[in-house]
Design a protein around this ligand. Structure first.
Ligand code: ZN
Length: 101
């Protein structure tokens, strides 16, 4: 029996018709205000999704454009020694970058 595991097109059609009828019945029970509210809620959810996607895209673009977000100078501006990873020069102790950023 080939169709044992599958839903026949007729059955699928029936299921879709039933789902449509259920949805219509739900909508018919709603007041216009409730319908408008449901629509607003759906639109808000869609907008939030879009905003989240937009933010993810922007963040990804930011990281791609600037792999090093906080650049440190390569040499000490005071004594010219090679700068390490810290905020201060290992040799003269002067600030390598502004600490207020
Ligand atoms: Zn220095």
């Amino acid at each position: 029996m080939e169709n044992n595991m599958n839903i026949s097109p007729e059955e699928l059609e029936k299921m879709l018709e039933k789902a449509k009828a259920d949805l219509q019945a739900k909508l018919d029970k709603m007041t216009p205000e409730e319908r408008a509210q449901a629509e607003l809620k759906a639109q808000k959810l869609i907008a939030e999704d879009k905003a989240a996607m937009q933010k993810l895209t922007e963040d990804a673009a930011k990281y791609a454009a600037a792999p090093c977000a906080k650049p440190t100078p390569k040499f000490c501006p005071n004594c010219g020694a090679k700068a390490g990873a810290g905020n201060f020069c290992e040799y003269c102790g002067s600030k390598l970058r502004k600490t207020d950023d």
